[in-house]
Design a protein around this ligand. Sequence first.
Ligand code: DSN
Length: 439
Amino acid sequence: MKDTKIYNLVKKEEKRQKEGVELIPSENYASAEIRKVLSSYLVNKYSEGYPKKRYYGGNENVDDVEVLAQERAKKLFRVPFANVQPYSGSPANLAVYLATCQPGDAIMGQSLTAGGHLTHGHFVSATGIFYKSYQYGLKSKTGSDLFDYDQIKQLVKEHKPKLIWVGATAYPLIIHYEKFARIADEAGAYLAADIAHVAGLIAGGVHPSPVPYVHIITTTTHKTLRGPRGAMIMVTAKGLKKDPDLGDKVNKAVFPGLQGGPHDNQTAGIAVALFEASQPSFKKYARQIVSNSKVLAKVLIDGGLCLVGGGSENHLLLVDLSPTLGPGSGIFAQKALDMVGLTLNKNTVPEEPMSPFYPSGIRLGTPASTTRGMKEKEMKFIGETMLEVINLLKIYRLPAEKEKRKDYIARFDKEMKNNKTIKELRKKVRKFALRFPIP
Ligand code: DSN
């Protein structure tokens, strides 16, 4: 007996991925080897505990898998400790709180609307509910470094956080970890770098590593690192110097603190991803991601769009659409671009005048398209197609009255679906995308 409903949905998703261009900067294509390992017999095993210290028998192979993943992580990122069990980024980050803080302690992170992450202390997240969270923003949309170090320093002085986060989900420029370290060290705080977005760029040598400056590093494994969904927590030599038990505390926080049995198939997939990321071809891939991102940024800027940070130095672009389409217009761009097969996400921009649900920007990036072999020439096609779509949207404005928005957007959807240019561009993008197979 076969579950045809799910089977058909999986086939439909495969078609969507093949016929479109993935521009969401946190997505990527895991290799066929990784997908194979994910569906291997490892999926059947329970392994609570750590290698050689398990609660169940039959873990001799799983132990070797997990040790290999740990060793590869340590070698690739040049750290003395790695835990590869977190189910994903959010539980990994929560484990860091558990390892370093008591409930109610002051913590600090970049606010979500300024490009941070929910788990860096947002008030709706457990990290903002169980800890006393103070959030920092960005000082402007332009310049070579958008962080307001004076504000961060002042907040740290005032609130004495025990843990400070550095790392963003929507920041298009290089992050200068040493500047955060100066502030955190002066205050005696733990500094944790969440490198989820740039892990692959760090591994590939095209983004500075936080290792000399921070105590703890967390990362997901499925973004630029191009592995399966999952996460890791690493402790640096600086972290072990501050607290020699920090590795043990991280281990205890992950299991039994937060999780049960690790997903062994995922651990094996992470090990394969780390192997792939240590190959010379990965360095080439990382360089191409950044080069593609820079070209795409130039096409969009030349086409009149306003890019936060004035361009891109990593894998990501953040477009402020408010000068072009008005405040709250991210939703129009996301929907219309999705209709032509260019998938990206609406996003808040620094000094966001609207809300995370109706933000004024879009966020996009090049990790996935680069995996498919797209280069500078293809970025020009993508950028020009985006400009053509955005040009069609200039007649729309998000109503200021909240109660009018639903109907307005429904009308927008209908008009876009019937738009001749959108239909033609959809055909063009499909033909273009099919030239670049996905792994
Ligand atoms: N969902 C991730 C991203 O898109 O950046 C963050 O967790």
